[in-house]
Write a protein that binds this ligand. Sequence first.
Ligand code: FEO
Length: 162
Amino acid sequence: MMGERLQEAINEQINKELYSAYLYLSMAAYCEAESLPGFAGWMRAQAQEEQAHAMRFFDYINTRGGRVVLKAIEVPPPVWKSPLEMLEQVLDHERKVTGMINLLYQLALRENDYATQIELQWFITEQVEEEESASAVVEQLKRIGDQPMGLLMLDRDLGQRQ
Ligand code: FEO
């Protein structure tokens, strides 16, 4: 069994991971509407990863004999000014998630919960990748600027992710 505070904090993280999935799904819808199918596919894959993160925490609470309690998911924004603005939000969001995972880790340290520390190490490594992949697309978009051909080529590249 894990402590009440840690269980509550992980339940909160399940909600944040599901919000991340919802946010990226909203971005996928925006990309579809903007005729950027490659970006849309990339966002869908991101949304699926976030759902998998939520389920990993969900399963972890159950494995430890805890109780999963789901909460309302915040409504994500529906539009962005540009693909660059959207990807900058992805990067900013991932940095916030990294901060949340770090706080969870600090709590697990304070509570001497070694099993949760080990579980969270997977997420700490995952966040390094998440920030790196969002940052790479932001950099590419900055280089492209307002060249439509560059954007189309990047859209084709991102479409290969699925
Ligand atoms: Fe679940 Fe992208 O962090």
